[in-house]
Design a protein around this ligand. Structure first.
Ligand SMILES: [Mn+2]
Length: 312
């Protein structure tokens, strides 16, 4: 598949790269890592990285603005996005050829070429692997592109903490550092916390509930978000906060939006993406997301999670 992707890249003069809505460092890291690598490798081509800007990730890169007409003869590549409805900027179908590169379960294999590797820690890790595949055939990876890829790997592995981190992940990270990635500067950007968010952290630690089965949950209403002056994407990012607490097998963060409640699920070993799928979501076995439409439905998620923990 890597060979077919490289051939397609060589054939097209215009390449547009997308990723998922509400991007995390891996979404932007894979998108901009690939995009920057292609810009540096093929300076004669027009390469664009598109989608809505994410303020909390502006230290990585801002997005390119392009017209609909740019898609006419373009190759479109979508990174880190399992399903079509999560692609940021729905013009991604307007190109001539479409490629999906992702590490989530391939429930929705959209595109002409699909390269999915669920054993990869991150989509950024796959982009680095793609570089290794193509480096003798014209692919160039500069320090800037390496930084994006390193950020993506770091983000999706929780700084090399989650079980998805493999020996390969460490090897690639070492090679990226050898290319000059200044990881301490990057970590300062990635892991800085505002006073507002630190206080919400405190609120969650004070108020979460844990059941006898080892299921933990916290409900965060719109009023609470307002009180702490924290945005939804910011609050989403602190789902890991309950991960180190003794006795918790799996946990869920409920975040109220105007029309729905966002469900952020995490687990220490239990497979929870099946539960996420039941509630309009999906994701990784140990890290998934879903959506519910009332606090009663949120209660049902908690009950299902208790049941999962009980069986474990
Ligand atoms: Mn990812």
């Amino acid at each position: 598949m890597k060979e077919q992707i490289l051939e397609a890249i060589q054939q097209f003069d215009t390449i547009i790269i997308h990723r998922h809505v509400r991007p995390d460092p891996d979404a932007l890291g894979s998108q901009c890592g690939l995009g920057t690598m292609l810009q540096d490798s093929f300076p004669e081509k027009q390469i664009y990285m598109v989608g809505a800007d994410e303020e909390t990730l502006s230290y990585l890169r801002l997005m390119d603005q392009i017209d609909d007409s740019t898609y006419e003869n373009a190759l479109v590549i979508v990174c880190d996005t399992a399903n079509e409805e999560r692609v940021c900027d729905q013009r991604y179908t307007k190109g001539k050829k479409l490629i999906k590169i992702d590490h989530h379960p391939n429930k929705n294999p959209y595109g002409d070429f699909v390269w999915v590797d669920t054993t990869a820690s991150s989509c950024s890790e796959m982009i680095y692997e793609f570089y290794l595949f193509g480096k003798d055939n014209g692919l160039v990876l500069t320090k800037e592109a390496a930084r994006f890829i390193f950020a993506g790997i770091t983000g999706d592995t929780g700084r090399f903490l989650y079980p998805s981190t493999s020996p390969k992940t460490f090897r690639y990270a070492a090679q990226l550092v050898e290319m000059g990635v200044e990881f301490s500067t990057l970590y300062n950007e990635m892991y800085k916390t505002s006073v507002r968010l630190a206080k919400l952290h405190g609120y969650i630690l004070q108020n979460f509930e844990v059941t006898e089965e080892g299921a933990a949950y916290i409900k965060i209403t719109q009023d609470t978000l307002k009180e702490f002056d924290v945005t939804l994407p910011e609050a989403s990012g602190i789902v890991g906060v309950l991960g180190n607490i003794e006795g918790i097998k799996a946990w869920v963060l409920f975040l109220e939006e105007s029309e729905s409640i966002r469900v952020r699920l995490r687990s220490k070993g239990l497979i929870i993406n099946t539960l996420a799928m039941k509630y309009n979501g999906g994701g990784h076995p140990l890290a998934s997301g879903a959506t519910v439409y009332s606090w009663e439905e949120a209660e049902r998620v908690v009950e299902d999670l208790r049941e999962l923990c009980r069986q474990a």
